[in-house]
Design a binder for this molecule. Structure first.
Ligand code: IMP
Length: 172
């Protein structure tokens, strides 16, 4: 396991993102849509860094098995309330091929929020196969499989307090 972003580095970047998101949205309520499961740790920290009225919803999507995207995205847990007319912020852990985000944006746009923006902790732009991008990005990273701070490999490593590069030969 090679540490890429320590807990301190994650915290200080999130402390910058929170106020940046608030100024982009203006003073009204924000509905934060935490994408399960990978974004849970990031979302928990990010919503605390955004001042003012922030509500929290959860959206479950799944597309990955092992280290490869299956390409088939599906909703495993839907929002519990309408987002029509609301200012929404999707909170993602990582944008890789972009397939998941592309699908989610289409799904949520159809529900007619007033504003729909995306925050992602990590962005791997070199892997993109569809044209989508996040509005707020924690860190841009090269093409490596990362785990920790919510990110998993077959459900392992989500509880690591840092983001690390997964090394199969060392990490098993
Ligand atoms: P995309 O649809 O290819 O953009 O992939 C998005 C989802 O794949 C993310 O929300 C993650 O759950 C997962 N994913 C992509 N890259 C990684 C990685 O390096 N480590 C762990 N999960 C990843």
């Amino acid at each position: 396991m090679r540490v890429m972003f320590s807990p301190e580095v994650l915290a200080s970047r999130i402390a910058e993102l929170g106020p940046e998101i608030r100024s982009a949205f203006g003073p009204g309520p924000i509905t934060a849509v935490c994408v399960l499961k990978g974004s849970v740790l990031f979302a928990a920290d990010l919503v605390r860094a955004i001042p003012g009225d922030v509500r929290l919803e959860f959206l479950g999507v799944s597309s990955y098995e092992g280290t490869e995207s299956t390409g088939h995205v599906r909703i495993t847990h839907d929002l519990r309330s309408s987002i029509q007319g609301q200012n929404c912020l999707i909170i993602e852990d990582i944008v890789d091929t972009g397939l998941t985000l592309h699908y989610m944006l289409a799904q949520l746009r159809a529900r007619e929020p007033s504003l729909l923006r995306v925050a992602t902790l990590l962005d791997k732009p070199s892997r993109r196969t569809v044209d989508v991008s996040a509005d707020f990005i924690g860190f841009e990273i090269p093409d490596a499989f990362v785990v920790g701070y919510g990110l998993d490999l077959d459900e392992r490593f989500r509880n690591l307090p840092y983001v690390a590069i997964y090394e199969p030969a060392v990490d098993g």
